[in-house]
Every structure is written in C-alpha cells, then in structure tokens.
Ligand binder design. Sequence first.
Ligand code: ADP
Ligand code: TRP
Length: 337
Amino acid sequence: MARARVLSGVQPTGALHLGNWLGAIRNWVNLQESHDTFFCVVDLHAITVPHDPARLAADTRSTAALYLACGIDPAKATVFVQSQVAAHSELCWLLNCVTPLNWLERMIQFKEKALKQGDNVSVGLLDYPVLMAADILLYDADLVPVGEDQKQHLELARDIAQQRINSRFGTEEAPILKVPEPMILKEGARVMSLTDGRSKMSKSDPNEGSRINLLDPPELITKKIKRAKTDPLMGLEFGNPERPETDNLLGLYALLSGQAREVVASECAEMGWGRFKPLLAEAAVAALQPLQERYAELAADPAELDRVLANGRQRASAVAEATLARTKAALGFLGAG
Ligand code: ADP
Ligand code: TRP
C-alpha cells in the first residue's frame, strides 16, 4: 500500500520560533520516516499582510534552511517553495469561485489579523484559507500536521473539497479532490508567549522578548527566559488556570529537556523561579544547539539549498499539475478534459 501523504507549510515571515518548531516542524521530522511528506515554504501567504520585498527571498531561503536544520531530510521529504509551483495560485482561483464569502468572514485568524490591520485589510488576507486549501488539496494530502490554531482552516479545506468540489462536480466513486484529515499534536501544540501566558508565541508579536527564535544565540535565550513573566507563588505546577505562565514554562521545560510531563512536574513541584529559570534556559540552549549548527553549515553552502529547492519544485509540480488538470477537467475548462 502507498504511504499516506502529508503536507504542511510555514510562512517565511521573520525568524521561526519555539512554537513553530515544537508545534509544527518537530512533528514533520518524525512523519518523514513513515509517510510521503511534502513541506513547503508558503511565501504567497506571507504577502497577505504588508511585507518587505527586500526581505521576502532571504526569509524564504532561511525558512527552508531551518526546515533542513530541524531535521527534514530532502532524501525523504519533498521541500519546496509555494510560489515556485504555479498550480497553487491557479487552484486557489478555482476554489475561490465556489467558496462562500461568509465561510471566510467567520475565520478566527482573519478576524484577529484584520483587527490589527485596520483599514488596510487586503482581499488576500480574507482569501488566505482558500490558498491554504489549494496547498493541501493539490497534493491529495491524507494528513495535515499543524498547530491547534490552524484547525479551523483545515476544516474549511475539507468543506471546500467535499461540499463544493466533490459533491458538485464529481461522483462518489470518482471524487476529484481528496478530503484531508487534520493532525493536531496536543502536547506542545500551543506554546504560549513568554510575556503573556494567555496568548500564543507568535512571530507577529512586536515584543521580541515574547518568543525564543530558533536562531537566537545562547545569551539571548537565557536573557529572554530570565525576563519571562512569572507569578509570585513558590512551586511549579501544570494546569492551574490562574497560572498560565507557569503551565507554559513547565511544559516548555518538559519538551526541551525531552522528559515526560509527570517527571518534570515532580522535579519542579517545590522549586522557585530562581532555580527553575536557569534550568529551563540550559535545556533550551542545549535543544537548539544542534539545529543552530546545522543551520550555519547550510548558510555556508547556498548551492546545496538551491539544489534541494529545485529538486523539490520539480517533484511538487508533477503532483500538483496532475491535480490541477483533474480539477479543471471536472469544472469543464476548454482543453482540460
Ligand atoms: P506565527 O503565529 O508565529 O506567525 P505561523 O502562523 O506562521 O506562526 O505558524 C506556523 C506553524 O507553526 C503553524 O503550523 C502553527 O500552528 C505553528 N505555530 C505557530 N505558533 C505556534 C505556537 N505558539 N505554538 C504551537 N504551534 C505554533
Ligand atoms: N496557515 C498556516 C500557518 O499559518 C501555513 C500554511 C499555509 C499551511 N498553507 C498550509 C499549513 C498548508 C499546512 C498546510 O501556519
């Protein structure tokens, strides 16, 4: 039997952080062993909010390099850049024309991001989930590993595939698009901000101190953890709704030190922040060190990354073109049947 297909992607908007790694990319590394994996850098998504053209290409490269540094192996997985496979934009258009506007208007991420943009909200920001649906559906993905915040977008992709394409233009025996399943990893699925345990760690937070970037040097990691918000109570614990920062930092410690949550819960049950924070900083620095070393090697050899992305583009295009042709034929386009 063919291996189940997995597709996922991250936007090249600034440096990737611990949330992106622990909530997303870390899982990809395991999946490439057992699944047919496609990982893209979704640069078309990055322009749905105002962007700096002078940085887009460099950020796209560094995000791809970080995938590899995190352990994605181009011999096992297809790593590619979304904008280099034209079928993404084209399928997005076809899907746009069958997606009800009100499905997009109720997307939580749209509402949140739109609030921040004020009068400058682009049509692209509203359309973001349809492009994401195209990303997924083009590859006949069975599974889409993402953080919890992306679950609503995945449901939308499923609804578009099933209700708007397959049931209108296909038959039960011959569906046009594969309906994907979400794959949400619970533990570590949501890493919270270092400065506010109730909001998620995010690239878009203007406060640098709120996140640990994967390429932050050890001193900076230590400094950010030292300044992380805490509470005045002694002893650390999971699950106390009054102590979201404690829950988050303890959870990070478990993930970064590779220990079970019960183990760290008992190790830290009596601990004060003065003892805990240096431990957490040490675990974070140690967990990121091998990744940072691999990244430096890749940065020193740009031709290697070029080769990986050219190869990925070719493999991705072959799959995407076939799905696009099938969809165009089902929709009745001239020359597509
Ligand atoms: P950001 O919110 O920082 O801009 P993205 O939206 O580009 O990050 O997310 C890229 C991937 O990383 C997605 O799969 C998302 O679910 C995951 N992710 C982002 N932030 C976090 C977080 N704080 N905790 C867990 N996963 C996260
Ligand atoms: N919207 C996703 C995020 O912010 C990124 C993304 C775009 C994606 N296309 C995708 C994730 C396809 C998984 C599959 O994280």
